[in-house]
Design a protein around this ligand. Structure first.
Ligand code: MSP
Length: 642
C-alpha cells in the first residue's frame, strides 16, 4: 500500500486443499483482512483476494487416499475455507479457486505469452521432487541425499520431459529490483536471505509435469497435451487472474499496487519466481511481499500428526473473534515466530482490552453520567488539555508507517500509548475533585479529552477490531468511515457535542482457560525426560521394539544409489517384506540371498527413494566396515529375538 495510489490489491496465499484451515491460515488471512480494511478506511479502492490452490500431485494423492475424485475433494475442502472466512467476516472481494475456468484460461494465456517472449523452452528434467512442498531439488540440496531440505520428508526421483522457464535470465533484473525498491520484500532480514539466495545463482525452473494430470493443461497452441503446469506457476498466477487477466481485464489496473502476505516458508516462490514471471509478462511488480513467521505450540511446529493443531474457529468461539484478531496482530512482531497459548491470549484480553480499553469506555460513561447527564462537549478540550492532545497527536502522526512496514504490533502498541495518556489524564486531573470544587467546566473538559482520544483510537483500531470499534463509535454518536477517518484522525477535528450511550462491558474478564486444547509434550521436555534416566530403559521399553529373524529371499541394487539394496525378506508372515537397506558398499546382492538377518519388525514403514521399506536390518559398523547381525544357528523365519 502506498500513500498516493488509490487502487490497491491485498492478497493472501491461496491455501492448499489437502488440509483444513488452522491457526496459520487464519493468521495470514487476518493480517491481510486488517490491511484491506485499513486501505478502504483511507479511501483507497481495494481488491482483497484469497482462495484455494487445488491442483498438483499432493492434492491428487490426498484425494486418491480418500477415495475421492480430485475435483470432489477440492470442492469439499475449498468450501471449508470459504465458510470459515465468511464466519470470520473476512472482507475478501474475490475468492479464487485454481479450478475456476477463468483462472485456467488466464494461466494458459500467461504461459503462451511467456513462451512467445522466448522465456520458455522444452528439455528434460532430472532431479528430485518433494510432493509435500511441491518443490524441485537438486541432489546437493537434499538432506542425507534423499530428504527435502524444507520439510524433511522423503523426495522422489523425477526424470521426465518438461518445459522450463528461463529463471536464470532474470537474476540481474531481480537483484536490481531488490536494490531499487527498499520495501519490496519485508521484513528486511528476510529480504537479505532472498538476495543471498539469488546471488548464489538461479537455475531455470521446470514448469510442467507429465507423470500425473491433475493440473492446468498447456495452451492449445503448443499441441502438447501430455503436460500439465507446475502447481506453483498455476497458483502464483491467481494474483492476476483474480483481477481478470486473460478474461475481463477491468480490474487489471489494481495490479499496479499489490501487497502479498505470505508465510516465511513460501517467500522464495513469491520474491523470486513471481516477480520473474511478471517481468516476463511485462506486468507491474508487487509493491510489497511481506513474510510473516510461524505459529507454534509449546515451541513445536503445528501439525496434524503431532495432534497439536489449533482450530481457529474453536479459539474464536471460546474467546471472541475480535479478541483473537487483536491477539494475533499484537502478540508477535511481524516476521517472527510466535507460540500460541491460551494464557497469553487471556492476558491480552484481560489486560490490554479489558483494563486499558474497555475500562476507559466505562470511565467515560460513568463520569459523564455523574457530571453532565451523559452529555460530552469538546469545546473546552484545547483550553484545558492541549498538552495531552498534542502528545497523542504526535504519537499518532506517523502511525501509518507501521502499517506500510507491516509492523502491526508496533501500530497497536502506539494506539495503547494513547490509551495510557487518556487513563493517566484521569488519574492526574482527578475530575471528581474538580467537581467537588465546583470546577464543572474543567471536569467536563477532561471527560471530553478522554472521549476524543478514545474516538481516534477506535477509528485506527477498527481494521483490527471492526465490530468492537463500531460499537464504541456508535455509543459516541459517530460512524467509522473514510470521512470520519479524515476529519477526526487526519484533520484532528474534535467530536461534536453528543450524548454517550451506556454499553455493557466490552471485554468481560476471563478467569480460566476455556478450551480443552490437547497439550503436547514438547521436544525439550521429552529430552529432559530421557536425560533423567541416563539412557537406561526398562525391560518393557526394550520389548516395545519387536526384533525377528528374517530370511533374505531376493536382493538387488537400487539404481542411481551408491548405498542402497532392495531386499525381500521372509519374516514368517503371509507376504515377504520389502526392505531398503544401506548396505550396498559392503555386500554383494547375490551373496545375501538365503542368508538370515535380524530385523526390526515394528518400525513404521517409510519411503526411501520412492520405495517402501518395511523394516530395518540390525548391523554393526566400525572403521573396518559393516557386519549384519545374524543368528548363530539357523532359525525359523519370524522367530522373535529378545
Ligand atoms: N498453496 C500454497 C500457497 C500458494 S500462493 C500462490 C501454500 N499453501 S498452504 O496452505 O500450505 O499455506 C498457506 C499459508 O499458511 C502459508 O503462507 C504458510 O506460511 C501459512 N502457514 C501454514 N502453517 C502456518 C503456521 N503454523 N503459522 C503461520 N503460518 C503458517 O503454501
Amino acid at each position: 500500500m502506498s500513500e498516493t495510489c488509490h487502487k490497491v490489491t491485498i492478497t493472501t496465499p491461496i491455501y492448499y486443499v489437502n488440509d483444513i484451515p488452522h491457526i496459520g491460515h487464519a493468521y495470514t488471512t487476518i493480517i491481510a483482512d486488517t490491511l484491506a480494511r485499513y486501505s478502504r478506511l483511507k479511501g483507497h479502492e481495494t481488491r482483497f483476494i484469497t482462495g484455494t490452490d487445488e491442483h498438483g500431485q499432493k492434492i491428487e494423492e490426498a484425494a486418491k487416499s480418500r477415495g475421492k475424485s480430485p475435483q470432489a475433494y477440492a470442492d469439499e475442502i475449498s468450501g471449508k475455507f470459504k465458510t470459515l472466512w465468511d464466519e470470520f467476516d473476512i472482507s475478501y472481494d474475490t475468492f479464487i479457486r485454481t479450478t475456476d475456468e477463468k483462472h485456467k484460461k488466464g494461466v494458459q494465456k500467461a504461459f503462451e505469452t511467456m513462451y512467445n517472449n522466448g522465456d520458455i523452452y522444452k528439455d528434460e528434467y532430472e532431479g528430485f521432487y518433494c510432493v509435500s512442498c511441491e518443490t524441485f531439488f537438486t541432489q546437493t540440496q537434499l538432506l542425507e541425499d534423499e530428504c527435502c531440505p524444507d520439510c524433511g520428508k522423503q523426495t522422489s526421483i523425477v526424470k521426465e520431459e518438461s518445459y522450463f522457464f528461463k529463471l536464470s535470465k532474470y537474476e540481474d533484473r531481480l537483484l536490481a529490483w531488490y536494490e531499487e525498491k527498499e520495501d519490496c520484500v519485508l521484513p528486511k532480514g528476510k529480504k537479505n536471505e532472498v538476495i543471498n539466495f539469488v546471488k548464489q545463482g538461479l537455475h531455470d525452473l521446470s514448469i510442467t509435469r507429465t507423470s500425473f494430470d491433475w493440473g492446468v493443461k498447456l495452451p492449445d497452441s503448443l499441441h502438447d497435451p501430455k503436460h500439465v503446469m507446475y502447481v506453483w506457476l498455476d497458483a502464483l498466477m491467481n494474483y492476476i487472474t483474480a483481477l481478470g487477466y486473460g478474461d475481463d481485464e477491468r480490474y487489471m489496473e489494481f495490479a499496479d499496487n499489490m501487497t502479498h502476505l505470505v508465510g516465511k516458508d513460501i517467500l522464495r516462490f513469491h520474491a523470486i519466481y513471481w516477480p520473474a514471471f511478471l517481468m516476463s509478462l511485462d506486468l507491474p511488480l508487487p509493491k510489497h511481499i511481506a513474510a510473516h513467521g510461524w505459529w507454534t505450540r509449546n515451541g513445536e511446529k503445528i501439525s496434524k500428526s503431532k495432534g497439536n493443531v489449533v482450530d481457529p474457529r474453536e479459539v474464536a468461539n471460546a474467546y471472541g473473534l475480535e479478541n483473537f484478531r487483536y491477539f494475533l496482530m499484537r502478540e508477535v512482531p511481524f516476521g517472527q515466530d510466535g507460540d500460541f497459548s491460551q494464557k497469553a491470549l487471556i492476558d491480552r484480553i484481560n489486560s490490554d482490552l479489558g483494563n486499558d480499553l474497555g475500562n476507559l469506555m466505562n470511565r467515560i460513561i460513568g463520569m459523564s453520567g455523574k457530571y453532565s447527564d451523559l452529555v460530552i462537549d469538546s469545546s473546552n478540550v484545547r483550553t484545558y488539555h492541549d498538552k495531552e492532545l498534542k502528545e497523542a497527536e504526535a504519537l499518532l502522526e506517523n502511525i501509518e508507517e507501521y502499517i506500510y512496514q507491516m509492523q502491526l504490533n508496533r501500530y497497536l502498541e502506539t494506539l495503547w500509548k494513547v490509551l495510557t495518556i487518556a487513563n493517566q489524564a484521569i488519574t492526574t486531573h482527578e475530575p471528581w475533585v474538580k467537581m467537588k470544587e465546583g470546577k464543572t467546566e474543567e471536569a467536563m473538559a477532561l471527560v471530553a479529552l478522554v472521549a476524543n482520544l478514545l474516538a481516534r483510537v477506535a477509528i485506527l483500531l477498527s481494521p483490527v477490531m471492526p465490530k468492537t470499534c463500531d460499537k464504541i463509535a456508535t455509543a459516541m454518536g459517530f460512524s467509522i468511515n473514510t470521512k470520519t477517518y479524515q476529519s477526526l484522525y487526519h484533520d484532528r477535528a474534535l467530536l461534536e457535542t453528543f450524548t454517550i450511550q451506556k454499553l455493557p462491558a466490552l471485554f468481560p474478564r476471563i478467569e480460566e482457560e476455556v478450551l480443552a486444547v490437547k497439550e503436547v509434550v514438547s521436544a525439550k521436555k521429552e529430552k529432559k525426560k530421557k536425560e533423567k534416566t541416563d539412557g537406561i530403559i526398562t525391560i518393557d521399553q526394550f520389548f516395545e521394539t519387536k526384533l525377528k529373524i528374517g530370511t533374505i529371499l531376493t536382493a538387488q541394487e537400487v539404481k542411481k544409489s551408491d548405498r542402497l539394496l532392495q531386499l525381500t525378506v521372509d519374516v514368517g508372515e503371509d507376504e515377504p517384506r520389502q526392505v531398503i537397506a544401506g548396505i550396498k558398499e559392503y555386500y554383494n546382492p547375490a551373496d545375501l540371498v538365503d542368508t538370515q538377518v535380524c530385523i526390526v519388525a515394528n518400525l513404521k514403514p517409510a519411503k526411501i527413494m520412492g520405495m517402501l521399506s518395511q523394516g530395518m536390518l540390525l548391523a554393526a559398523k566400525d572403521k573396518e566396515g559393516l557386519s549384519l547381525m545374524r543368528p548363530e544357528k539357523p532359525k525359523k523365519s519370524g522367530t522373535p529375538v529378545g
